[in-house]
Design a protein around this ligand. Sequence first.
Ligand code: BTN
Length: 329
Amino acid sequence: MSSKSTRILEILRKSRDYISGEEISVELGVSRSAVWKSIGKLRGKGYIIDAVSNRGYRLSEGIDLPISDEIHRYLETEYFGREIVYMDSVDSTNNLAMTLAARGAAHGTVVTADQQTNGRGRMGRKWISPSGSNLYLSIILRPEVSPAEASQIPVLSVIASIRALERMVPDLPIGIKWPNDIYCRGRKISGTLCEMKAEIDRVNHVVVGTGIDVNMKPSDSIRDIATSLFMETGIEHSRVRLAAFLLEEFENVYNRWLIEGNLEFIIDEWDRHSLLKDKQVDVRTVNRIVSGKVMGISQNGALKLELSDGSERLVYAGDATLHGASPVS
Ligand code: BTN
């Protein structure tokens, strides 16, 4: 958004009542027609601005688009989300984030979108991404760790999402399905796709892309498999605030992880939220299915399984389903 539009937005926010175009133009030192043009641009972005002759303009409502200016009203982070690239529509925020990262975008740069035309999930699945309802957010990280250590990042991201969702709706009964799906009363509400560009011993960049179903309404195609904050609570929630919460929580756990060097500090929290703990599961890995009882996660993010012969097996990547149940996305 241009700096003129941003400043007009600030003036409208500050003024509780109508403010005339004349007053705004004097405050900014620009012409009244420039004010009028900027008001038109703000409306085009979705801000609802009332105009009454002889009284002037009044901001009726902010918008709930995860654009930089809106998220920055709430965001208190050092790096995460200091730079936000917003797209009305994009194929996938992860794709764009990977491209920007390859071109040198800074650690903590975020890509958000109102809609994704080719939202991607794990294991080649699709992520349904309609406009005007959900949060699609990808963040670029440049951790100075080995690729093996970077594989712990999905655990950090799922804990950040859990904390952000609990800040939005404190008593929401949410749980984690390893590795980083979040379910609410049996239906999926959030998922994360982590992608990495690395050499054998060095990480170039990681992109963590999170989708959270915020205001999606029930429809036949998703009723049994997906839910949203709206479907769970009956009220609409702010994508902007949720984005800010997510970035704050993620920066907190990420920084702590860099200091600690492993995931020990969140294992209890993970256990408390795990939907699979002590359950018999089948884990589909790249080349086999491993079955066992879930004992928790290890310090480095692997799923700890107790096999039928009593031995322990660590599984680093895959998709877990309750033993005998059909896979869900
Ligand atoms: C999964 O549950 O399989 C992961 C879903 C990840 C979806 C998010 S939405 C933002 C980012 N962009 C994408 O294309 N995917 C991730």
